[in-house]
Design a binder for this molecule. Structure first.
Ligand SMILES: Nc1ncnc2c1ncn2[C@@H]1O[C@H](COP(=O)(O)OP(=O)(O)OP(=O)(O)O)[C@@H](O)[C@H]1O
Ligand SMILES: Nc1nc2c(ncn2[C@@H]2O[C@H](COP(=O)(O)O)[C@@H](O)[C@H]2O)c(=O)[nH]1
Length: 181
């Protein structure tokens, strides 16, 4: 079995991007209709697109998957996935539960699904430190329980609570080495 894609999935602020960076794999940069956060740039964190552009690509059948998360669209153009298959270079990406199920159906044993969880209290604190307002934090955490339940199809789940950081760093390095990176 050879893994060509690593997917990270979990609730907002569970630590997906942090763990993705530590894994050090080239990232598949997906599309979103949400506005960039401070410090985010186009083509690096996401391809920031208009809602209509994303809907058009979806209608043309050129999106592998697209999801609506708290009022914004997020999606993976098929061509990004085709490039991954063609390059045969292992990559990583961040998806929600619906997206990761689609990718799992496509890649089967060639995808590693890593679920990231943390307590709701830790996620709330991290979102607040990241500068989100009360309403945005409430909205993002309103799907917390469902997003934790959706981790059940993951191959492995990392418990990335604040007091577990040392162990998570070690486990992430362990996974990276296991992937031959
Ligand atoms: N184990 C940890 N202990 C303390 N802080 C952490 C830990 N892991 C991540 N963080 C911090 O929590 C914040 C959110 O992390 P990150 O952006 O990786 O989450 P995410 O799941 O990608 O979030 P989102 O889906 O909302 O974009 C960051 O400021 C990060 O530095
Ligand atoms: N199905 C997809 N989900 C995606 C994709 N890119 C990101 N995501 C998920 O969206 C939420 C919110 O992201 P944020 O950057 O606004 O915090 C995040 O939890 C991801 O799981 C995608 O291309 N498809």
């Amino acid at each position: 079995m050879s893994i060509c894609l690593v997917v990270l999935q979990g609730p907002s602020a569970s630590g997906k991007s942090t763990i993705q960076s530590r894994l050090g794999l080239p990232r598949i940069v997906t599309w979103t209709s949400r506005s960039p956060r401070e410090g985010e740039s186009d083509g690096v964190d996401y391809h920031f697109k208009s809602r209509s552009e994303m809907e058009r690509l979806y209608e043309l059948g050129q999106m592998l998957e697209m999801t609506e998360y708290h009022g914004n669209l997020y999606g993976t153009p098929l061509k990004l996935i085709e490039e991954t298959v063609r390059d045969s270079e292992m990559k990583s990406m961040i998806l929600d539960g619906a997206g990761s199920r689609k990718v799992k159906a496509m890649f089967r044993d060639n995808v590693l699904l890593i679920g990231i969880k943390a307590s709701k209290e830790d996620c709330e604190k991290r979102l607040s430190l990241r500068g989100h307002g009360f309403e945005e934090i409430r909205t993002r955490l309103s799907s917390f329980d469902r997003e934790i339940a959706e981790l059940s199809h993951c191959d492995v789940i990392l418990n990335n609570t604040d007091d577990n950081k040392g162990k998570i760093d070690m486990l992430t390095d362990f996974i990276r080495e296991g992937l031959g990176k």
